[in-house]
Design a protein around this ligand. Structure first.
Ligand code: NAP
Length: 535
């Protein structure tokens, strides 16, 4: 007998909903949160410029009509402080804090086969429960680069993924930013406005599409809230879980566009005349045909050259990897930032970083003296959090070792064979990363809650994914991306683990869309949890 029926790991978007949903079902639930507050990834990544690239009205919980009517969003796409405040509001509104152990990091957990219990070792003592819901985040383990001399830097080192709570003063300072993914692209225009001088250390140029965020006008939010039933229905039916404008819906619009390969030069130029960098990529064949993708990239370079005044800088900003193989990025004034007198782009393709020194960053092209270094170098995504936790399943197998050897295998992204009663929210092989995270997450939590309810109602103590079903699922998910540029050898992305040295490479999303994924998950449940062994 244990004190809890379910342990939820994490109190970010997923953990808060899991706690609420399972508690509502009459279960004894405890959420364990490493930090001293709720918010998860949206709490830690509080760097200047942090913002969601999906509209607030859709990047929010849909399960509670009260919450969606009561909370007031102020901008079309929410900035980090507003999302963090929203999650705090939800925690209070649903009285969740009383069941969260803060400052409690899970260090290890093992499945006790005799008692059919997970036994957890945490920084706050031992816990046990039959079920564990890992809501530990898909982008929650920062990837710190292994650059020699990092610790020797005499100035200030900052990491976007654990930005300080206190104000950071960059005014007038010589700042270096390493990394030009979604985080760097958001951060760079903001830092450029404060810093005395900003040096951007770019290893891979980004594809990024300009976007305007607007403050919601008086009455605009009320109008949206009055239509909420329709907005949520459209969202639910949409492949990426966001029917309004978002970084993902832009890609879907592109899929429906004519091919670049048969477009005339005049048509191509008209595309960038009318829509700039966005027009350069807006062709239906770029996702499947690498040659078309390269043609679009060349046009994209032409569009950049119309914005960025210095020809060398403009050329250095043109990516060399296929468009769409990394997560889409949207920005506010990224390319324009490189026209500022106080911004220098250092293209590391001309000579890499050699070391960090007490004075700054030394590259094969020369040394740059700095007061502050900001690392925006990404995450060990999807599998990082659970791999680090020393999760031991049947026969003592370590999940981290299993994934390192076999690749990030999972059945539905919800469970891993040999790790009974462990539910992985947004695990590899689920829509997660390629969709509106909140919409995909709600479906996961609801499926998990139904599953635990079913097991208890039918007297089952354990559920474990079958290796064969898991293999078939991985094959299915992989086959969906096989004809696309996502699997091109030059595509090094956190989507396929290529950003982490030594990580087994495999695309970790599910691209048939959330409605199709939901249909499959529901069918599996309706068939008595087909592909799982219930005991
Ligand atoms: P990321 O996309 O993985 O980008 C990391 C960047 O750091 C890349 O440019 C990478 O270069 C560079 N880098 C890593 N190690 C380096 C080294 N040793 N030397 C030089 N450069 C190095 O990570 P991210 O920007 O944090 O974004 C991760 C994900 O978080 C996004 O894809 C998105 O899903 C999410 N996110 C979303 C938002 C939003 O909603 N708007 C904002 C921020 C983040 P290479 O490309 O060459 O590896």
């Amino acid at each position: 007998m244990s004190d809890f029926d379910v342990i939820v790991i994490g109190a970010g978007f997923s953990g808060l909903y899991a706690l609420h949903k399972l508690r509502d079902q009459g279960l004894r639930v405890r959420a364990l949160e490493r930090a001293d507050a709720v918010g998860g990834t949206w709490r830690e990544n509080r760097y200047p410029g942090a913002r969601c690239d999906i509209e607030s009205i859709e990047y929010s919980y849909s399960f509670s009509e009260e919450i969606q009517q009561e909370w007031v969003w102020t901008e079309s796409m929410p900035a980090q402080p507003e999302i963090e405040a929203y999650l705090n509001f939800v925690a209070d509104r649903l009285d969740l804090r009383r069941d969260i152990a803060f400052g409690t990091e899970v260090l290890a957990m093992a499945f006790d086969e005799t008692d059919a219990l997970w036994r957890l070792e945490t920084s706050g003592g031992a816990y046990a429960a039959p079920f564990v819901v890992a809501a530990s985040g898909i982008l929650s383990v920062p990837l710190e680069p292994d650059i020699p001399g990092m610790a020797s830097f005499a100035g200030e080192s900052l990491f976007t993924s654990r930005w300080p709570d206190t104000d950071v003063d960059l005014v007038g300072k010589r700042v270096g930013v390493i990394g030009t993914g979604s985080t760097g692209v958001q951060l760079i225009p903001v830092v450029a406005r404060e810093a005395g001088h900003l040096s951007v250390f770019q290893r891979s140029a980004a594809f990024t599409l300009p976007w305007t965020v607007h403050e919601l006008a008086p009455g605009e939010l009320d109008g949206l809230k009055a239509d909420y039933a329709d907005i949520r229905a459209a969202q639910r039916a949409h492949p990426v879980g966001a029917a309004r404008l978002s970084a993902f819906s832009v890609l879907l619009d592109m899929l429906a566009s004519p091919p670049i390969k048969t477009a005339t030069r005049e048509e191509q130029l008209r595309a960038i005349d009318e829509r700039g960098v966005m027009g350069a990529l807006n062709w239906g064949d770029v996702f499947f045909d690498i040659e078309a993708n390269r043609m679009a990239t060349a046009l994209y370079g032409e569009a950049i050259a119309r914005i960025v005044e210095d020809p060398d800088t403009a050329a250095a900003l043109v990516p060399t990897h296929p468009f769409a193989c990394k997560r889409p990025i949207i920005d506010q004034g990224y390319y324009e930032t490189f026209n500022r007198d106080n911004v220098t782009l250092i293209d590391l393709r001309n000579g890499p970083i050699v070391s960090v020194t007490p004075r700054g960053i030394s590259t094969a092209q020369g040394d740059v003296d700095l007061d502050v270094i900001i690392y925006a170098t990404g995450f060990d995504a999807m599998t990082g959090a659970l791999s680090r936790m020393k999760v031991r399943g049947l026969q003592g197998v370590l999940l981290g070792d299993y994934w390192a050897e076999e690749g990030p295998l999972s059945y539905l992204g919800l469970a891993v064979a040999g790790f009974p009663n462990l539910f992985t929210v947004q695990g590899p092989g689920s829509p997660s990363a390629a969709t509106n995270f909140v919409a995909a997450m709600e479906q996961h939590i609801e499926w998990i809650a139904d599953c635990i309810g079913y097991l208890r109602a039918h007297g089952y103590r354990t559920i474990d994914a079958q290796p064969g079903a898991q293999r078939d699922w991985v094959e299915h998910a992989t086959s969906l991306v096989a004809p696309t540029v996502l699997t091109h050898p030059s595509c090094n992305s956190w989507y396929n683990g290529a950003n982490v040295p030594g990580k087994k490479r495999m695309y970790m999303g599910y691209t048939a869309g959330i409605p199709e994924y939901r249909r499959r998950c529901d069918e599996i449940a309706a068939n008595g949890y087909q592909g799982f062994t219930l005991a």
